[in-house]
Design a protein. Sequence first.
Length: 290
Amino acid sequence: MNSLAAAPELAPVAPQTAVPPASPELTHPRPWLVVGTLLQREFVRFIRQRHRVFGALGQPLIFLILFGAGLHGSFRNPLVATEHTYFEYFFPGTLILILLFTAIFATISIIEDRREGFLQSVLVAPAPRWTIALGKMLGTGSLAVSQVILFMIIAPLVGIPFDLLGWAGAVAVMAVIALALTGLGFMLAWSMDSAQGYHAIMNVALIPMWLLSGAFFPASGATGWMRAIMLGNPLTYGTAAVRHMLYLNNPAMTAGLPSLAVSLAVTTLFAAAAFAGAVWITGVHFKKHQ
């Protein structure tokens, strides 16, 4: 009798299925898709936070009414022969203030995103660092421009005539200014750990930057040292470019301002430098947390 036990039968091995490779959209997302997603997120956040509309439009409107009425009888630009009210002079500065407030309210969300963890998830995504800065800047810039277009409806009420070409040029210039201010706010907010610190920087840096841009008073009436500061302020040239466009057919109203060509060149360089700085500080933060 054969004492050898029968060899146990081995269970059949299931055939291994090949794991499909990850989608290229996940491993290497298209840069412009990332930019578009961040841009869309800015609009969604803006719609959900409707109080930002009052903050960006309400306060500049209050400033225009109060300062326009308060300085109505005492304001005179010595370099402009044509009589015009302070309402008319201050209106372009009010447009710049709307751009500034929109940039401040939008970029302060960077601090909230870091606290909620969204920023960390964006940083580890396989996307170029410049897409983060550009998406934020384009989203905020689009919001700012849409708001100033609404505000420009009241321009004829303060004495600024409607001119299609001039107004279109002013909107284009303000789009570049919005990108510059958003990039500047991006750099400041990215390096802040608290909203309180950002508000402090806003009060001692961003608001004085607007005040010394020719938005509130002309550089021709300032003392020598203040005039030098105003000429070194890049926002001065953005404000001047907006005035040139609004008075495209009335160059007498822009007497004493930097030329349109110089104003456009400096404003464009300001926006490019702000974007480069935003990309740089994003990369620095990413390397620190690798």
